[in-house]
Design a protein around this ligand. Structure first.
Ligand SMILES: Cc1cc2nc3c(=O)[nH]c(=O)nc-3n(C[C@H](O)[C@H](O)[C@H](O)COP(=O)(O)O)c2cc1C
Length: 312
C-alpha cells in the first residue's frame, strides 16, 4: 500500500503516529517507525529531554521518525534548531505558523507537515512550502478544531495540491479505508497508539481509554479558545462547571495547568486530563505497534477490496 506519502517520508505504510505531548517518547516513536509507519516524538518538553529521546530513537531504529513542534511553546525556537542539528527527517507542527523556520528546515532536508483544522490554514501552509498537511477533525484526542474528519478531509483535498493526511477518529482499517475514499493519502493516529505496548503512558491512562465507551469523551475549554477533547472525569466536570459559571480565563488556565502530566505520568485519571479521541470506544486491547499497524493496513485492504476500490 505504498504511495506518494510513503515515498516522500521513506516509510512502508502511510501511517503517522500523532506526536502526543507528555506521551510520545522514543519508545513509542521508534516502535511505530520499526513497524513501517512514521513515529513522532513530542517536541513539547525541555530541550535536553527532546535531544535524549531523539538519540534514544536513533539507537532503537534506523528508519525515519519525526518530531512534533507546538509553535506556541516557549521552547519552539530551540526545538526548531535541534531537529536540524540532530538530522531529524520530518517535522509536524501545530498551534501557530512554521513560516519563520521553513527556510532553515528546507535547507536541512526536513519534510514539514503542519496540522490543520480548516481549508484556509491548509492553503496558507501549502503556500508557505509545506510538503503535506495533516487535516485533523474534531473527533480526535487533545486540542481540536470545529469540523469533523468526514467534512474536513474532502474540502482540504480539493483545496490543495500537496498530500493530505487524515486524522481524528481513525482507529481501524475501516477508518483508514474511509480516509482514502475521502482523498487522503495517509492517516495520523493518536488514541489507538496510546494503548500500544510500547507506549509509556501510565497504565491508569491506558485503562481509562480501554474502558471508555462511545459517549465518554467531551470537549472542555471552548470558552478559552483552546478546546481539548478528554475522557470525562472529575476534572472535566469541574472545568465545565467553571466555564458555565463564567470563570475567568486565568481561573480556567489555573485549573488546567499541569493536568496532562498528572494523568499521563502520575496516573491520576480523576484530577488529571485524560486526553483521548471519540474512537476510544472502539479500542479494547493493548497491542504492539507492529500489530496495530498490521491491523490498520490489513483492515483497510479488506474494506477497500470489499467495495472494489483502489488504494494507491
Ligand atoms: C493525549 C494526546 C495528546 C496529544 N498531543 C498533541 C500534541 O502535543 N501535538 C499535536 O500536534 N497533536 C497532539 N495530539 C493529537 C494527535 O497527534 C493526533 O492528531 C490525534 O490524536 C488523532 O486523532 P485520534 O486521537 O482520534 O487518533 C494529541 C492527542 C492525544 C490523544
Amino acid at each position: 500500500m505504498s504511495n506518494r506519502v510513503c515515498e516522500m517520508l521513506g516509510i512502508k505504510y502511510p501511517v503517522l503516529q500523532g506526536g502526543m505531548a507528555w506521551i510520545a517518547d522514543a519508545s513509542l516513536a521508534a516502535a511505530v517507525s520499526e513497524a513501517g509507519g512514521l513515529g513522532l516524538i513530542t517536541g513539547t518538553a525541555p530541550i535536553e529531554w527532546i535531544r535524549d529521546e531523539i538519540r534514544k530513537a536513533k539507537k532503537l531504529t534506523n528508519k525515519p521518525f519525526g518530531v512534533n513542534i507546538m509553535l506556541m511553546s516557549e521552547h519552539a525556537d530551540e526545538v526548531a534548531k535541534l531537529v536540524c542539528e540532530e538530522g531529524v527527517s520530518v517535522v509536524t507542527t501545530g498551534a501557530g505558523s512554521p513560516g519563520k523556520y521553513m527556510e532553515m528546515w528546507k535547507e536541512n532536508g526536513i519534510k514539514v507537515i503542519p496540522v490543520v483544522a480548516s481549508v484556509a490554514l491548509a492553503r496558507r501552509m501549502e503556500k508557505m512550502g509545506a510538503d503535506a498537511v495533516v487535516a485533523e477533525g474534531t473527533e480526535s484526542g487533545g486540542h481540536v478544531g470545529q469540523l469533523t474528519t468526514m467534512a474536513l478531509i474532502p474540502q482540504v483535498v480539493d483545496a490543495v495540491n500537496i498530500p493530505v493526511i487524515a486524522a481524528g477518529g481513525i482507529a481501524d482499517g475501516r477508518g483508514v479505508a474511509a480516509s482514502f475514499m475521502l482523498g487522503a493519502l495517509g492517516v495520523q493516529v493518536g488514541t489507538r497508539f496510546l494503548v500500544a505496548k510500547e507506549c509509556t503512558v501510565h497504565q491508569n491512562y491506558k485503562d481509562k481509554v480501554l474502558g471508555a465507551k462511545d459517549i465518554d469523551t467531551d470537549v472542555t475549554g471552548r470558552s478559552t479558545g483552546h478546546p481539548v477533547r478528554v475522557i470525562k472525569n472529575k476534572l472535566s466536570r469541574q472545568f465545565q462547571k467553571l466555564e458555565k459559571d463564567n470563570g475567568t480565563v486565568e481561573e480556567l488556565e489555573a485549573l488546567g495547568r499541569g493536568s496532562l502530566p498528572r494523568a499521563a505520568r502520575d496516573g491520576d485519571v480523576i484530577n488529571g486530563s485524560v486526553m483521548a479521541g471519540q474512537v476510544s470506544g472502539l479500542i479494547n486491547k493493548e497491542e504492539s505497534c507492529y500489530d496495530i499497524i498490521q491491523d490498520l493496513m490489513n483492515g483497510a485492504k479488506v474494506a477497500l477490496d470489499t467495495v472494489g476500490g483502489v488504494y494507491e
